[in-house]
Design a protein around this ligand. Structure first.
Ligand SMILES: [Ca+2]
Ligand SMILES: [Ca+2]
Length: 114
């Protein structure tokens, strides 16, 4: 499957101000989220509350699956992206793990206004 299809099929919506609990099930797990962002606003997307062994990488894509931002470590092993969109649209977030987490270890992901 093309990445653009994976992204759209598997993305779960996240609202601005919302925090979601997610888990990694296996080392190749990718968590996809989709968030509606508005032009001119500045947003912060971040991972937090990492279980021991979790080391997130956060990536932000546009709806054409072009990579816009990437962050590994910002607050310890947690990741953070600041972004000011030029146009109002859905944007896609991918969270992957490069740590040695056990099956089912979790973290939280949050999108909010800066
Ligand atoms: Ca997952
Ligand atoms: Ca990291």
């Amino acid at each position: 499957m093309l990445m653009s299809q994976t992204m759209i099929v598997s993305a779960r919506s996240i609202a601005i101000g919302e925090t979601q609990q997610r888990t990694f099930v296996g080392s190749n797990d990718e968590d996809w989220l989709v968030v509606e962002l508005r032009a001119g606003q500045t947003y912060l997307i971040e991972t937090l509350a990492l279980d021991p062994g979790v080391d997130t990488i956060l990536e932000l894509f546009d709806s054409g699956s072009a990579l816009l931002r990437r962050n590994d470590d910002s607050d310890g092993l947690a990741s953070r992206i600041g972004f000011q969109p030029e146009r109002s649209a859905p944007y896609y977030i991918r969270v992957t793990n490069i740590g040695q987490a056990a099956f089912g270890d979790g973290y939280q992901v949050r999108a909010r206004l800066w």
